[in-house]
Design a protein around this ligand. Structure first.
Ligand SMILES: [Zn+2]
Length: 99
């Protein structure tokens, strides 16, 4: 049986390559980062509006993210391949206001 997201995050079992990759993505998804709009901390899972176990970690980039604090639509940016964090950008009108 496949692991649920919360089981994957907490398991101490040896994981296969696929499950290791999913756990890596889950750690990113549950790590809070600052909202590009209001500066409050928000994780991908929180911004997706789904529970941890509902979160589609394999196609996270296809998900819609909305900041729960300011309700701005956010886009997930991975700043460097393989880095264990993510950044947000406003999904619309973000490009004109870059600092
Ligand atoms: Zn916000």
């Amino acid at each position: 049986m496949p692991y649920t997201n919360s089981e994957l995050l907490n398991t101490t079992h040896l994981l296969s390559g696929v499950d290791k990759q999913r756990r890596f993505l889950l750690k990113i998804a549950t790590t809070p980062t600052t909202c590009a709009s209001c500066g409050q901390l928000v994780s991908q899972v929180e911004a997706s509006g789904k529970s941890l176990d509902e979160y589609p970690v394999d196609d996270a980039q296809e998900s819609e993210f909305t900041c729960p604090h300011c309700h701005t639509k956010l886009r997930w940016i991975v700043p460097l391949m393989g880095s264990p964090f993510w950044m947000t950008e406003r999904a619309f009108q973000g490009s004109q206001e870059r600092k």
